[in-house]
Design a protein around this ligand. Structure first.
Ligand SMILES: Nc1nc2c(c(=O)[nH]1)N[C@H]1C(S)=C(S)[C@@H](COP(=O)(O)O)O[C@H]1N2
Ligand SMILES: [Mo]
Length: 397
C-alpha cells in the first residue's frame, strides 16, 4: 500500500485494513490498472510489497529490452522525491585511501563514459520450478533483460579515491527504504569481489538504452555487473564502501544469494556455514519467438528466435530439439556486442508430421558449460535454475 500511495501520489485511506497477502487491484493487469511508473502493463506483476514484475519470454524478442519491459526486482520501497541535481555518490570504507563524494555532474565530467550491452538476471529467476518449493518470488523465466547501460567505469572512480592493498570487496548502499520503514535498516546492501569491481564492463550507470534509468530500475544511478546475480547491481546508488573483508551488508550473509557449497538432496536443510556466495550466473537461453502454444501447418517451416547469455566470454553454440532432447540441431548464433551482452539465435524448423511438439533450446558457452534439460541442483533458496527453455507447438495437417 505504501507503493500504491507513492505511485499515485495520494494516500490510501484505509491502508491499515488491507490484507497482507493480497495484491491491490491497482497493480493487477486489468483495464483499471494504474500500472507501475515507467513500466508496460505487459509485465507480469508478482508482488507489490516490494514491487516485483517479470517479462514473459515473447516480450524479450527485442535486441535490447525496452526500458518499460525490463523486469523489476525490489527488496524495499523505492525512494520518492529524487532530485538528480543534488544526488551524490560517496565512496569510503576501511580500504579506501580517502573518502570522496561526487555529484552526478562530477561523475559525468570527470571520468570517461562507456556504454555496454549487459544482461542482468536475478539469481532467483526460474525459482517457481523448484520442488520442494523455495520461498521467495516465484519467478517464472522473466527476471532477465539486456540493456545498453551508459556510465563510468567503477574501476576509474575507485582508483580516483585510491584503493588500499588489503581491499577484497566492495559493498553498495541505495536510497530505498527497508520494508519495515525503519530508517536504520537497509533494504539490501550487497557487493562484489574487488576483482569483479575492477573489470572493464563493471559500471556506475545513469542511462539505460539512451534514456534516464526508470525509477524502478534505480533512477538516477545504479551499479551494473554482468555475469553476477543482478542483486549485486545496486539501484538508487548513494554509497560504495571499499572493504578489507567480504561485505557483510543486508542479504550478503546467512542464506541470501547463496547456494550449498556442495550439492544437496532436494529438501535438505543446510547450515549457513555450508552456504557459498553466488559469484557466477549459469549459461542460459530463452526462445522469444514464437510464443508458446503457436500453431502452424505441416507444409510450413517454423522460424524461431531467442537470446542466450552466460558469465563466460561468450555463447559458443546454440541447439534446439523437437524430439524431447533425443537429437539436437544447431541454430544460427550471432555474436554479442561485448562480454555479458546476450546473443541472438534463430532457426527454421520443419516438423515430420502433424501433432504436438515441444521446441527445446540449449546454449553452450565458451567455458564448455551447457544447460541441463531438467532442473539443475535443488538449493534451499531456489537460485540458478538454468534448465532449457521449452515451448509448445501444434502442427496441423
Ligand atoms: N538498492 C537496491 N538495489 C537493488 C535491489 C533493491 O531492492 N534495492 N534489488 C536487487 C536485485 S535482487 C535485483 S535482481 C536487481 C534487479 O534490477 P532491476 O529491478 O533493475 O531489474 O537489482 C538489485 N539491486
Ligand atoms: Mo534478485
Amino acid at each position: 500500500m505504501a507503493s500504491v500511495a507513492s505511485m499515485l501520489g495520494m494516500p490510501v485511506v484505509f491502508a491499515d485494513n488491507f490484507p497482507k497477502d493480497m495484491t491491490p487491484v491497482a497493480f493487477l493487469n486489468t483495464d483499471f490498472s494504474i500500472g507501475l511508473p515507467g513500466k508496460s502493463d505487459k509485465l507480469t506483476v508478482l508482488n507489490d510489497r516490494p514491487v516485483n514484475a517479470e517479462t514473459a519470454p515473447h516480450y524479450l524478442d527485442d535486441d535490447l529490452t525496452p526500458n518499460d519491459l525490463f523486469f523489476v526486482r525490489n527488496n524495499g520501497i523505492p525512494p520518492s522525491k529524487i532530485n538528480k541535481d543534488t544526488w551524490t555518490l560517496r565512496i569510503e570504507g576501511e580500504s579506501a585511501q580517502k573518502s570522496k563524494t561526487y555529484t552526478l555532474a562530477e561523475l559525468k565530467n570527470k571520468f570517461k563514459q562507456y556504454t555496454y550491452n549487459i544482461t542482468l538476471e536475478c539469481g532467483g529467476n526460474g525459482r517457481s520450478e523448484f520442488n520442494p518449493p523455495a520461498k521467495g518470488n516465484q519467478w517464472s523465466t522473466g527476471a532477465v533483460g539486456c540493456a545498453a547501460w551508459t556510465g563510468v567505469r567503477l574501476a576509474d572512480v575507485l582508483q580516483d579515491v585510491g584503493i588500499n592493498r588489503d581491499a577484497v570487496y566492495i559493498g553498495y548502499y541505495g536510497e530505498d527504504m527497508h520494508l519495515s520503514g525503519d530508517p536504520k535498516k537497509d533494504a539490501i546492501s550487497r557487493g562484489v569481489p574487488i576483482k569483479k569491481a575492477m573489470e572493464e564492463e563493471s559500471l556506475i550507470a545513469w542511462s539505460m538504452n539512451g534514456e534516464d534509468l526508470p525509477l524502478l530500475n534505480g533512477y538516477p544511478l545504479r551499479l551494473v555487473f554482468g555475469g553476477y546475480p543482478a542483486s549485486c547491481s545496486g539501484k538508487w546508488l548513494s554509497k560504495i564502501v571499499i572493504r578489507n573483508q567480504v561485505h557483510d551488508g543486508q542479504k550478503m550473509t546467512g542464506q541470501a544469494y547463496r547456494v550449498p557449497c556442495k550439492p544437496v538432496a532436494p529438501g535438505t536443510k543446510v547450515a549457513d556455514a555450508d552456504m557459498c556466495i553466488i559469484e557466477r550466473m549459469p549459461v542460459k537461453s530463452l526462445i522469444t519467438y514464437p510464443k508458446t502454444g503457436a500453431t502452424i501447418r505441416l507444409n510450413q517451416s517454423l522460424p524461431i528466435r531467442g537470446k542466450a547469455w552466460s558469465a563466460a566470454k561468450a555463447i559458443q553454440s546454440m541447439d534446439y530439439s523437437i524430439d524431447f532432447g533425443k537429437t539436437w540441431q544447431s541454430c544460427i548464433l550471432e555474436s554479442g556486442a561485448n562480454k555479458f551482452a546476450w546473443q541472438k539465435f534463430s532457426a527454421q524448423i520443419k516438423f515430420p508430421e502433424a501433432g504436438y511438439y515441444e521446441v527445446w533450446a540449449r546454449a553452450t558457452d565458451s567455458d564448455g558449460d551447457t544447460q541441463p534439460i531438467i532442473l539443475p541442483g535443488w538449493n534451499p533458496k531456489g537460485y540458478l535454475n538454468n534448465a532449457c527453455h521449452r515451448i509448445a507447438i501444434k502442427v496441423e495437417a
